[in-house]
Design a protein around this ligand. Structure first.
Ligand code: SAM
Length: 231
């Protein structure tokens, strides 16, 4: 079992080819963010190979990318000369001044890798600290229906193409790459109750089904989008 940083170090070279969202999804997510939020300074937490940074800059945002995996950031750096890229662990504090971002995003299930409750708590506090009043944090996470509670613990099942997972505990799954069975890491399963507790210090928390319009459905959907607002 690897830490998330070790896991991504191992897959960085093939990440874009095998697992990155296609450009059409990036375009849809950028358009959604541009519709909902005024352009401003935006922090992409766990930016990976930086697929969002260029499109966000083109949409008028001023993006900063943060990731704890140097190999993923190296690809982002090759791809984008403009945006600032920061090597840091989001669970260990955010290396930025108070009130310096209008928006924080963390897409493609990135924060599922924060399996430590203390790190999640620290990140919520840090996000509030670095956000300006009127700012928001937008998280895209697997929909809880992706992890049916009636699955027998320990049995591997397909999570997404090329990736399997198995339940280890009530809120913990192990993730495995099908072509490299030795390469596994843990993820945390968020549900709305959990989120409400975790993000209780924000002023409002809204849930959306993926990056579509409409209301969140508790039993349907492959991803959910969480918007936590700071008034
Ligand atoms: C599934 S990839 C998603 C990348 C990007 N957010 C996207 O939407 O394409 C997850 C990324 O989050 C990074 N990551 C995971 N946990 C992190 C942490 N605690 N701090 C910083 N980066 C983290 C990984 O290194 C990896 O690059």
């Amino acid at each position: 079992m690897r830490s998330a940083a070790q896991f991504y170090h191992q897959v960085a070279e093939e990440y874009d080819r095998r697992w990155a969202y296609p450009a059409s999804v990036t375009a849809r997510q950028t358009a959604w963010l541009a519709r909902k939020f005024r352009p401003g300074r935006i922090l992409d937490l766990g930016c990976g190979t930086g697929r969002m940074l260029g499109p966000l800059a083109q949409a008028g945002f001023d993006p900063v990318g943060l990731d704890h995996c140097a190999a993923m950031l190296a690809t982002a750096r090759r791809r984008h000369r403009g945006p600032r890229l920061v090597l840091a662990d989001a669970g260990q504090g955010l290396p930025f001044e108070d009130h310096c971002f209008d928006l924080i995003i963390s897409l493609h299930a990135t924060l599922s890798h924060l399996t430590d409750a203390d790190e999640r708590r620290r990140l919520a506090g840090e996000a509030l600290r670095v956000l300006r009043p009127g700012g928001a944090m937008v998280l895209e996470l697997p929909h809880p229906a992706s992890f049916p509670p009636d699955q027998p613990a320990g049995a591997w099942r397909t999570f997404s193409p090329g990736i399997s997972c198995r339940r280890l505990g009530r809120r913990t799954e192990e993730l495995r790459l099908d072509h490299r069975a030795d390469l596994t890491t843990l993820i945390h399963v968020f549900d709305p109750t959990d989120l409400a507790t975790w993000l209780a210090d924000f002023d409002r928390v809204l849930l959306y089904p993926g990056f579509r319009a409409g209301r969140y459905h508790p039993h349907r959907g492959d991803t959910m989008v969480v918007c936590a607002y700071k008034d």
